[in-house]
Design a protein around this ligand. Structure first.
Ligand code: TMP
Length: 211
């Protein structure tokens, strides 16, 4: 995979503390002097946000086909790359994405069972050389994820309403990515305090940016 300098993404199942860590990361990067563009996937651009609504709509549970899902995630990604990510990187900014292509690898490739090879082929088509130089996976057990998200008390979206086994497979997908693509994917134990997790995250980020 050809990677883009200054492009970082965070990954993890729900409840892994992704939002907290992203906010901490953006603040720290800014205070270090970097200009930062933060976005979420699917989303980050108007068209991508509209695709997100289709993807997460619980009414489509049991209706949306796995290939449709795969292609919609990639369509949302193609738009945000062209409209937001490429111009930001070209302007020398750091892009921090809340999820990116390793989500597709873990959720569609592993959990839906579409296979790593098919997903990576499509990823290459969608991203070209616009692929994160570093992805940090916030790794927690599915049990811990469930406990944390239950506390939020929000109605689950289409993906969140999947069964425990689905998220076990997502987790295995992420761990496989860190194992097989260690040059650009790092897994961090996210079952600790936010400050402990952030110390590892920051260490990985600064090593990559200044390396
Ligand atoms: P979130 O941004 O609230 O986490 O919602 C995005 C959901 O979409 C989440 O359940 C993970 C899922 N997802 C995929 O299945 N494939 C993908 O490629 C991406 C980016 C997200």
């Amino acid at each position: 995979m050809k990677t883009a300098k200054g492009f970082i993404s965070l990954e993890g199942i729900d409840g892994s503390g992704k939002s907290t860590q992203i906010d901490m990361l953006v603040r720290k990067l800014q205070s270090t002097g970097y200009e930062v563009v933060k976005l979420r996937e699917p989303g980050g651009a108007r068209i991508s946000e509209q695709i997100r609504e289709i993807l997460l709509n619980p009414d489509f549970k049991g209706i949306m086909g796995d290939d449709t899902e795969l292609l919609l995630y990639n369509a949302a990604r193609a738009q945000v790359i062209a409209e937001i990510i490429r111009p930001a990187l070209a302007a020398g900014k750091i892009v921090v994405a809340d999820r990116f292509a390793w989500s597709t690898f873990a959720y569609q490739g592993y959990a839906r069972g579409l296979g790593a090879e098919k997903v990576l082929r499509l990823t290459e088509l969608t991203c070209g050389d616009c692929f994160p130089e570093l992805t940090v996976v916030l790794d927690i057990s599915v049990e811990c994820s469930r406990t944390r998200t239950a506390k939020r008390g929000e109605a689950p979206d289409r993906l969140e309403s999947e069964k425990t086994e689905f998220f076990e497979r997502v987790r295995q997908g992420y761990l496989a990515a860190a194992r097989d693509y260690g040059d650009c994917v790092v897994a961090v134990d996210a079952g600790r305090t936010p400050d402990e997790v952030f110390a590892d995250l920051w260490n990985a980020v600064i090593k990559k940016l200044e390396g």
